[in-house]
Write a protein that binds this ligand. Structure first.
Ligand SMILES: [Zn+2]
Length: 163
């Protein structure tokens, strides 16, 4: 029996690649940082690049000498208030990219162990990002995640769906 073209035919990362990419929260954070700050680290509060690393990483990993505030890669983005670990965001992106049909919030809820409303919210944000860019390839994470990491877009589960 031949398998119909489907998920297996879709090019992209394997599950193993994904595990290697997001083995832990630290690595996932680094990945998001490399995507969000590909042109150099900037403060999420004021946009300044006069920043330094906080040795202890607390309360946040970076310090802005311009506005004298702590920040992380999530500061000033829709993910700022999200308590979902970056590792789970990364895996959610992977699942969406490798599914020909859209991933249901119930599936995401089971797969990455977040609540169903949280899963719904995450998918909503990711779909919004994709509306702005047709490039779904994981090899182009910048195009994918930049809209997700766009500032001034408050987390709002009631925002209307664009579809
Ligand atoms: Zn600043």
């Amino acid at each position: 029996m031949s398998q119909a073209p489907g998920r297996d035919c879709k090019e992209g990362m394997s599950l193993i690649d994904m595990f290697n990419m997001f083995p832990d929260e630290d690595t996932a954070n680094k990945w998001f940082e490399s995507v969000a700050w590909n042109a150099g680290r900037v403060c999420g509060h004021c946009g300044s690049d006069h920043t330094s690393t906080v040795k202890s990483g607390k309360p946040m990993p970076y310090w802005c000498t311009s506005c004298r505030s702590y920040f992380s890669v999530k500061t000033g983005t829709p993910l700022q208030k999200s308590k979902v670990p970056m590792q789970k965001w990364g895996i959610a992106i992977y699942l969406c990219l490798t599914s020909l049909k859209s991933v249901s919030s119930m599936k995401l809820h089971r797969d990455i162990k977040v609540s169903q409303p949280t899963a719904w919210f995450m998918l909503h944000r990711l779909r919004e990002a994709w509306m702005e860019d047709d490039d779904y390839a994981f090899g182009a994470p910048l195009k994918l995640t930049k809209p997700v990491l766009t500032a001034s877009d408050p987390i709002c589960p009631t925002a209307s769906m664009k579809s």
